[in-house]
Every structure is written in structure tokens, then in C-alpha cells.
Design a protein around this ligand. Sequence first.
Ligand SMILES: CC(C)(COP(=O)(O)OP(=O)(O)OC[C@H]1O[C@@H](n2cnc3c(N)ncnc32)[C@H](O)[C@@H]1OP(=O)(O)O)[C@@H](O)C(=O)NCCC(=O)NCCS
Length: 248
Amino acid sequence: MTDTEPTDHKLTLRSLKATDYPDIKRIMDLIYSDMGGAWEPGEFAVLIDQFPEGQICIEDKGKVIAAALAIIVNAEEFEKRRHTYEDVVTGGEMSSHDPEGDVLYGVDIFVDPKYRGLRLGRRLYDARKELCETLNLKSIIFGGRIPGYGRYAHELTPAQYIQKVKATEIYDPVLSFQLSNDFHIKKILKNYIPEDTQSDSYGVLMEWNNIYYEKNRCCSAGARPIPASALSSGRCGLSTTWRNFSIR
Ligand SMILES: CC(C)(COP(=O)(O)OP(=O)(O)OC[C@H]1O[C@@H](n2cnc3c(N)ncnc32)[C@H](O)[C@@H]1OP(=O)(O)O)[C@@H](O)C(=O)NCCC(=O)NCCS
């Protein structure tokens, strides 16, 4: 942030609403201009309809400036085989979302460029981790971008590049962030997002394990198991998660 002082902010972490679409569109059009820009309103609405708890944002004085989107999937389907981003979002229908699945799949995370480096991405990941624990899901997984790789593709393999990022010899704008948020690398995903030329179309399957996960428990928010059908009704006690905070 260069144009406003930190004290000017009024930041709130909250669930996304369908009416936030214009703010989300503005950010996505800005940062994904070379990858097709923002989603269509219908694609955004499907996520909120299917799994409102998984769609988290940070607003500053009422305007959304960062968001993290997620669905629930079956680990078997995504951890054990190579998949693409399209397999996850299924043309915007999010049909891979399964309320009875066992892992949270991160569909996207983004911060308005003017608000980067203020640990807002970290805040969103903390909230997503809390959600994973509350819903008693095994882990969070996602295919992460490696947008710095394109510049090195002629001299390094993806594995060599990742090693250098891990060793902090190279800074990658996304992978360095994911690693610093305790995600570990499971697999390289070739052709994950074909139009992501910055990443030479590669993705990296990353994981964070929920150490509180218990196989035969449904949801940690209440003493009794909560049926999967209740997940979208806000009955998992998640409202206590959302709060105001300031940048430190
Ligand atoms: C990746 C992204 C979400 C990070 O958001 P952010 O709010 O700027 O990140 P944070 O400020 O929370 O950074 C957290 C950590 O990441 C690392 N990091 C982030 N920006 C950094 C920078 N400019 N230089 C060095 N490290 C950096 C740091 O280790 C930082 O750790 P710290 O909290 O100890 O300082 C943001 O850059 C973004 O929106 N990128 C474009 C969208 C995208 O590609 N998303 C990924 C989809 S897979």
C-alpha cells in the first residue's frame, strides 16, 4: 500500500456473498487478464450456493480486496492421479464438490495487488485452515501456480526450479507464499492450467495436514456429528471465525 496509511483501513474477514461479484470481478480481471480474466457471475454463484462456508474474503471499508475460494472433494480422486484445474472447476459447475468428501480443495486465493505483502493472504489461509479443522477434513490440497518458472523454463526443470525456491535461492510470487504458509509439495501437475504461460502451464499439488482430524467424527464445531447436508446451512459454528482486524 503506497497511497493510504495502515490506519485508514477497516478490515473484516467474512464469508463471500453473491453481491460481492463486482469486487471479485474487478480483482480477477486485473490479475488474471492473460488467463481469461474473471469468472462469469454464474460460476461464482454456484460456489456460494454449494458451499458458502468455503468462500472467504477480506473487505476494507465494505469493498472486497482479497478472497479464498474452496470446495470439498474426495482425496482419492485428486491426490492419487494427475489432474488439471479444469477437473476441479468442471467448466464452472464445480461438480467435483462433494459435501461428504474428506479434503478441502483450494480453488483460488488472490489479493488485490495494492494490498499485497500485508499478510492478508496469510489471514485467508489461517481462516481456511480453521475451516478445515472445524469441518474435520483431513487436509487442504490445491494445485498451486509457479508464475516465476516461465522465466527459467529454458534452463531448469520444474523440479529443479522448485528446489531452488525451497532453498530460497529463487523467489516465486506464489510458491514462496504457499511454502511460508506450511504447505508441502506432493506432486508436479503438468498442464494444470494450459493458459498459465507464466508457470509454463505447470502446477504444484500442495497439501497442509489437519493434525486434529479424526476419522469417525463429522464436524468439530458441536459435540454431535453434523450431517453433510447441513454444511451449507451455516450450522457448523463458523460465524465465530469471522472478525475485524487491523494490519500490523
Ligand atoms: C499469492 C498471494 C495470494 C499472496 O498474498 P499476500 O497477501 O501478498 O501474501 P502475504 O502478505 O500473506 O505473505 C505471506 C508470506 O508469503 C511470503 N511473501 C509474500 N509476498 C512476498 C514478497 N513480496 N517477498 C517475499 N516474500 C513474500 C512471505 O514469506 C510472507 O511471510 P511473512 O508473513 O512472514 O512476511 C498474492 O500475491 C496474489 O494474489 N497473487 C496472484 C493470484 C495468484 O496467483 N494466486 C495463487 C493461485 S494458486
